[in-house]
Ligand binder design. Structure first.
Ligand code: XIL
Length: 327
């Protein structure tokens, strides 16, 4: 069961969840909140949205820390560590940054990026266990994703982001770990190899990179086997960095799932948790929220869902049911 799997990770590894608070109905739902605050199940939290660029720098140079502070305060009151997410991503950017009439140059956009990274790392300091510095820089074939940063600055934006993060860590004497985070790098292939090359590229320039986040948004029955996930993790840890499972969910491609799919889902969750447990430098597993009621899946993948550990058969604000009995 999930509890047993979580226990096998503890205390050396964390088991945690993303949460979309404050800002959604989750934090109004007493049943959801009781489970979020259940530190036997969750020793780590990731803010699903509230530390993203649109939320933290809604106007150029004007930072809003309120939501992030509230999130950290909740986690700290529970003794849960926090993976801070994220600093540089092509998505969920504020309009002042993406507005097509803004004529960014490499120099002006680099300055904007540096200011954002430095500000947030220094402000939240070691209240963050880790930061996802760059999120999703790659296409599935391993080429650079054509983000605003890539198009305006070129591929060097990546190294600049980590150099800037490293400087902030050094300036404040911080311990916070600096991560690269992406999906479809949980199994060997062009994208995983490209992510390993990003790590090597930073290392060859002596730029700090502490870990790689394997998002792990999987589909029932299409989850890579535990052995595959372990050998892929080994390819990263062999470079001298940590790995973490950062956004685990296992969605059903059809709704409702069949009984066979429900059984398979349990095995799929266990492959990923088991791969982490068997990998010395896998520091922990984070699920991308734990309750289907508030999952990002149905809006992003229409017709799909049932990906999380719990659901609420009675709808929002009713008791949670675990999909797999604790055993
Ligand atoms: C998702 C959030 O869960 C949604 O609420 C939001 O609308 C879009 O972003 N990869 C990531 C996360 O790194 O930041 C994404 O989170 C899910 C995919």
């Amino acid at each position: 069961g999930f509890n047993k799997a979580a226990k096998s990770l503890s205390p050396k590894r964390y088991f945690g969840t993303a949460a979309d608070i404050p800002g959604t109905g989750e934090n109004q739902d007493p049943y959801y909140m009781a489970e979020l605050n259940n530190t036997k199940d969750f020793g780590q939290l990731t803010p699903a949205n509230i530390m993203k660029w649109y939320a933290t720098e809604p106007e150029q140079g004007v930072f809003n820390y309120t939501g992030g502070n509230d999130f950290l305060a909740l986690a700290e009151a529970n003794g849960q560590i926090v993976r801070c997410h994220n600093l540089v991503w092509y998505n969920q950017l504020p309009y002042w940054l993406t507005n097509p009439t803004t004529n960014w140059t490499a120099a002006t956009l680099t300055a904007v990026m540096e200011n954002h990274i430095t500000n947030l790392i220094e402000y939240w300091g070691d209240r963050c266990y880790a930061w996802d510095v760059v999120n999703e820089a790659l296409n599935d074939d391993g080429s650079w994703r054509e983000t605003i940063f890539y198009e305006v600055i070129g591929p060097s934006y990546f190294d600049i982001a980590y150099k800037t993060a490293q400087a902030a860590v050094k300036a404040k004497g911080l311990k916070v770990k600096l991560y690269y985070n992406d999906y479809n790098i949980e199994y060997p292939g062009n994208k995983s190899t490209a992510a390993q090359n990003l790590v090597k590229g930073l290392q060859s320039q002596k730029i700090k990179i502490d870990g790689v986040g394997l998002q792990s948004h999987f589909i029932i029955g299409e989850t890579p086997s535990q052995a595959t996930q372990e050998s892929n993790m080994a390819a990263f840890t062999g470079l001298g960095v940590d790995v973490a499972v950062t956004e685990l969910d296992v969605r059903s491609p059809n709704l409702p799932p069949t009984a066979a799919q429900e059984t398979q889902q349990k095995a799929d969750y266990q492959s990923t948790v088991g791969a982490c447990a068997n990998t010395q430098r896998c520091v922990g597993v984070t699920v991308w929220d734990f309750d289907d009621t508030y999952s990002w899946i149905p809006s992003t993948f229409p017709g799909q869902g049932y990906g999380d550990l719990f659901f609420q058969p009675g709808g929002p604000d009713t008791p949670l049911v675990k999909k797999v009995a604790a055993d």
